[in-house]
Design a protein around this ligand. Structure first.
Ligand SMILES: Nc1ncnc2c1ncn2[C@@H]1O[C@H](COP(=O)(O)OP(=O)(O)OP(=O)(O)O)[C@@H](O)[C@H]1O
Ligand SMILES: [Mg+2]
Length: 501
């Protein structure tokens, strides 16, 4: 244990919650670091929330101004010697004499020594799982692997929130690597990735993973009409009235074949010749069904049978990159999420984690939410999934636009750099454990740094996400892409066989 500094008396403390200490000469203390101090309770553990320097020679604006005129301050006084560094720390808990974790009831005394915390104690304090945990990287400012227990991190759902480019997808890849590399005895789950931009495709190129990854092109996904009823169509077309649903149900019964199958053309044709249906209803139904037909997602049978690929220790990547219409994306995500949840409830597929990139597009808050087809199932998964071992991980760069119902059920949050004040406020409201000092630190995180809050750890913990083992695909640079694009349009040889176009 290294001595890091000495507690000072300030107008606010030391209190049971906070204290400040002067950092000893030669010691380095950083924000987010855990420190300890002996109190009458036992040993309190605290997190450094802020660090600042002070110097009494510069405390009075008037005298600094005077010195400015003569510029003799440094030669006349031992100014440098009076500069010292103060750290503010927030007490999170304490160990009593019997090593039980308690809520501290005595403040530390001014003059007490502040010491470092040994990795073993810190790991226990944070509730990490050094044996079978998911290793996301290192606890910041400590030589300790950030290994989170899988149940605690995932079973009550996970959210990864940060601005664009801060490392959400990178961290998710590290999470996937950890999950697929678990041994039989560690407990393995199946993984479904809703990949909006085809960012995870290249995991298939990794020799160690290629047999564990199945990529499904969402453009080829077909939903069997046999699953559909009038009500199910109404869920896709929120403008349908009760009468229209009833009429559609009647038509479905007439066209449904023995094996339960039918297709949209069957429905449209049959509505055209139906004599009992009102003209307006018929026209509306035909127009909506034609709209659905245009999406090209319905067929006689489901394709592919995704459930066959949902296996323990394996990953199914649903690549939505080539679908431009958001409603079509939502429809496919809705269908697949519902189907997987239903199969899980029937115990027909293994426990799984559904990772949803750009979750605010699939489960939005506010005005857009009414029309987002996939919102309901994601909220249902968030509320009820854990009882059935169907877990979700929501990834978003705009937490404000993400359904509060879904986000508030994500009991672990990995928060990377966030700068937008509305998003910061939203995060603060959804995670009680965040103090204003912590919030401050979130906006100054660097790429690849995160704070893990909630169920996965006993206390908020800053981590540096480890390097991924799989290769990252670096897209083509804008200049190169522009050259290739031009070449392609001129039919030049340069474009021949180039994979980027
Ligand atoms: N832990 C890390 N270690 C090293 N580099 C990282 C790390 N995390 C992120 N990066 C770098 O930052 C880049 C951006 O990360 P990433 O694509 O994960 O951001 P993102 O938050 O998913 O952004 P977007 O919201 O735009 O999808 C990566 O390409 C990678 O080079
Ligand atoms: Mg991303």
């Amino acid at each position: 244990m290294t001595r890091l500094g000495t507690i000072i008396a300030t107008p606010e403390g030391p209190s049971v919650n906070n204290f400040s200490f002067v950092i000893s000469a030669g010691q380095i203390v950083k924000r987010g670091q855990f420190v300890s101090v002996d109190t009458e309770d036992g040993r309190a553990i605290a997190t450094v929330s802020n660090i600042f320097k002070t110097n009494r020679y510069f405390e009075s604006a008037g005298s600094v101004n005077e010195q400015n005129k003569t510029s003799q301050l440094y030669s006349a006084f031992p100014v440098k010697e009076w500069e010292y560094t103060i750290a503010e720390a927030h007490i999170s808990g304490a160990y009593d004499a019997k090593q039980n974790l308690i809520r501290p009831s005595f403040p530390p005394s001014p003059g007490s020594e502040v010491k470092s915390v040994e990795s073993e104690i810190l790991s226990k304090f944070l509730g990490l799982d050094m044996k079978r945990g998911i290793n996301l990287g290192q606890v910041q400012q400590h030589e300790l692997d950030a290994k989170f227990n899988m149940t605690r991190m995932i079973q009550k759902h996970l959210a990864i929130l940060a601005i664009s480019g801060s490392g959400k997808s990178y961290t998710t890849t590290v999470l996937i690597e950890e999950l697929v590399n678990r041994g039989l005895k560690d407990g393995r789950i199946a993984i479904l990735v809703i990949d909006n931009h085809g960012e995870y495709e290249n995991l298939k190129d990794d020799p160690a993973l290629k047999d564990k990854i199945t990529i499904i092109d969402a453009n080829e996904v077909k939903v069997g009409c046999k699953h559909m009823t009038g009500r199910a169509f109404a869920a896709l077309l929120p403008r349908m009235s009760g009468v229209q649903v009833r009429d559609l149900n009647r038509i479905i019964q007439t066209v449904r074949k023995e094996d339960g199958n039918f297709d949209l053309t069957d429905l449209i044709e049959s509505i055209k010749v139906d004599e009992t249906m009102g003209k307006k209803t018929a026209e509306a139904l035909i127009s909506w069904l034609s709209e659905l037909e245009y999406m090209k997602v319905f067929a006689g049978d489901d394709y592919p049978a995704i459930e066959d690929f949902m296996q323990q220790g394996k990953v199914v990547i649903l690549n939505l990159k080539d679908i431009l219409r958001l409603d079509k994306k939502q429809f496919i995500v809705d269908f697949i999420s519902k189907r997987m949840f239903e199969l899980r409830r029937r115990n027909a597929i293994p426990p799984y984690l559904e990772i949803i990139e750009e979750a605010h597009n699939f489960c939005p808050e506010g005005a857009k939410s009414e029309n987002a087809l996939s919102r309901k199932i994601i909220e249902t998964l968030a509320r009820e999934g854990r009882k059935f071992y169907a877990n979700i991980c929501l990834i978003s760069q705009r937490p404000v636009q993400l359904s509060t119902t879904a986000l508030s059920q994500c009991n672990t949050q990995i928060i990377m750099r966030v700068t937008n004040p509305y998003d910061l406020d939203h995060i603060k409201k959804s995670a009680e454990a965040i103090s204003s000092g912590t919030l401050d630190m979130i906006s100054s995180l660097k790429v690849g740094e995160a704070i893990v809050i909630g169920e996965a750890a006993n206390h908020p913990v800053f981590i540096k996400v480890r390097e991924r083992k799989t290769k990252e695909s670096h897209g083509t640079k804008l200049e190169d892409y522009a050259i290739l694009w031009e070449a392609k349009n001129e039919n030049s040889k340069l474009a021949d066989g180039n994979e980027f176009l």
